[in-house]
Design a protein around this ligand. Structure first.
Ligand code: FAD
Length: 503
């Protein structure tokens, strides 16, 4: 039995940035131009945003699910590896903490590791939480290896992601998509034509060519050419929770060893990123223009970077938030056209893949099904809200009061959903993850711990374990991580041996 009598036959993707090409590759891989034609239109004159270089592990899962060879992808995108994020000066100046991707410690006799660690701290034990995280230890030692090679050890479950050159990602995925039959057209969309019912009928390029489609994916970046400029979906502005609204970005030549992690350092009016790639380093300052001018931000960034600057710093304004509807009629918005959350936890590219996964699960036909669209929009919004709350946690728990920006952050209103999580954690030392949430409890524990937020008590069930045995077990686990990490190659040596990009 056919699922629909009225199938979609043509999808038009407007925009060829990371979002556009991930959409083309994902859908191209599914349809292989058999029943559904896919055409992507992009404008060389407008170009892409050209930032977006730190990722999280699910991107690699997406790459693998497309059948792309990981090493080939790493070489083609000048990628380096990432075990997590090093946060500096966020709680207090001079303090730092690590947010690793994987889990911290493992369950002992059915007890949650974090609770056991809290108990050991209450007993006067001193090793920090991150001594039990393979990714944090490997990062501290500047090492990288493929975790599956340590099967049977505590390092086997370590998780990694990539730092990559976003322009090269687009090029790679374009080649991949074109091989699958995706048609790429160059040109600037000047007009968007709608049917009487408001659905999009076609886009018209500056050459006069009209491209018709049954379904349109808006990957046109912040401008939201279809979703906003034509369909007027509106935008929920979340700046009250996340006040940063601009970034300045600059590239530098590499100096010294390549760290296997992203560095995020808090500054007077925001934070700077450092993302090392094989051929250069990406740097940026995310700031709030209420507390810092563009020139001050540029000066702060240029003073902080290591290595010779390549090109001119670029200022990028943004508004944190999400479209009120990310799927409306026969149009889906992806990437920057969908919404924006600052890159503090490198989540934007992941949101593109995750939205596409939902979309494929709920793939429509030509008749709009509002129930399906409403559910889709609810799910995408829930993802944004989850990430928003996690980002706000980094700010609202600060103890810094040395600048107007940080004083605002320490006292700003926070979403009720986040307040509930903080309250629950403070009282019960726990977290209840929702369905399909990105950030699992260990991520929250890492940030709570790093920001000095401690629960009032550990879970009393931890007392059921013999403390001497527990202490021995914690210490031997920690020693095993340190020792096995020491046997691994440096990050640079690993890249050199397995995936150095050709010069
Ligand atoms: P763009 O790259 O802007 O692409 C838009 C496309 O639309 C272009 O091809 C353009 O030519 C085309 N277009 C626009 N108008 C027209 C028209 N009229 N006709 C034809 N074509 C048109 N994400 C992460 O995951 N990790 C990070 O570390 C990270 N850091 C970031 C830092 C900053 C400062 C910013 C602003 C974003 C960051 N992001 C990050 C987000 C990431 O950059 C984006 O999610 C990603 O690059 C996708 O962008 P995009 O494809 O939606 O838009």
């Amino acid at each position: 039995m056919k699922p629909t009598q009225d199938p979609i036959k043509k999808i038009v993707i407007v925009g060829g940035g990371t979002a556009g090409w991930i959409a083309a590759a994902t859908l191209g891989n599914i349809f292989k131009q058999k029943d559904v034609q896919i055409e992507l239109v992009e404008s060389d004159e407008i170009g892409i945003i050209g930032v977006g270089e730190a990722t999280i592990p699910p991107l690699l899962a997406t790459i693998r699910s497309l059948g792309i060879d990981e090493v080939e992808f790493i070489k083609a995108t000048q990628a380096s590896f990432k075990w997590g994020i090093q946060f500096e000066d966020w709680r207090i100046k001079g303090g730092s903490y690590f947010h690793p991707f994987g889990s911290i410690g493992s369950i002992i006799d059915g007890h949650d590791f974090y609770q056991l660690w809290l108990k050991s701290q209450a007993e006067g034990d001193t090793p920090p939480l991150m001594a039990h995280s393979p990714e944090a230890v490997l990062s501290e030692q500047g090492r990288f290896f493929l975790p599956f090679k340590a099967a049977g050890t505590p390092l086997a479950g370590a998780q990694y992601a990539l730092h990559l050159d976003s322009a090269l990602v687009g090029k790679f995925l374009r080649k991949f998509s074109e091989k699958l039959g995706v048609v790429r057209s160059e040109g600037k969309v000047e007009t968007v034509e709608q049917n009487a019912n408001g659905e999009i009928h076609s886009v018209v390029l500056n050459s006069g060519r009209q491209i018709q489609g049954d379904f349109f994916i808006d990957c046109s970046g912040f401008r939201g050419l279809l979703i906003e400029q034509s369909l007027n979906c509106g935008y929920d502005d979340w700046s009250a929770y996340l006040p940063c609204n601009r970034a300045v970005a600059v590239q530098t030549e590499n100096v010294g060893a390549t760290p296997p992690y992203t560095v995020s350092k808090a500054r007077d009016a925001g934070w700077t990123w450092r993302i090392p790639l094989q051929h250069r380093t990406g740097n940026g300052y995310v700031f709030c223009d209420k507390y810092c001018s563009d020139q001050q931000a540029i000066d702060t960034l240029l003073d902080s970077v290591e290595g010779k600057v390549i090109g001119e710093p670029r200022v990028i304004p943004f508004v944190t938030g999400i479209r009120k509807k990310t799927w409306h009629k026969n149009c889906l918005a992806l990437g920057l056209a969908q919404g924006f959350l600052e890159p503090l936890e490198s989540t934007a590219i992941h949101l593109v893949s995750k939205t596409l996964a939902f979309f494929v699960r709920m793939f429509p036909d030509r008749q709009t099904n509002q129930v399906q669209i409403d559910e889709f929009n609810r799910r995408v919004r829930a993802d944004y809200q989850e990430i928003r709350d996690f980002l706000v946690l980094h700010y609202c728990t600060t103890e810094r009061d040395d600048s107007e920006f940080w004083r605002y952050c320490a006292n700003m209103p926070i979403p009720e959903s986040l307040q509930q999580k903080i309250d629950f954690f403070s009282v019960a030392g726990g977290l209840i993850p929702g369905v399909e949430e990105l950030f699992q409890p260990t991520s929250w524990y890492a940030v709570f711990d790093g920001m000095g937020v401690k629960p009032q008590r550990y879970n009393p069930t931890a007392d059921a374990l013999d403390y001497v045995k527990l202490k021995t077990s914690l210490h031997s686990g920690q020693q095993a991580i340190t020792n096995i990490a020491r046997q691994q190659p440096s990050h640079d040596a690993f890249i050199q041996e397995y995936c150095r990009a050709p010069k």
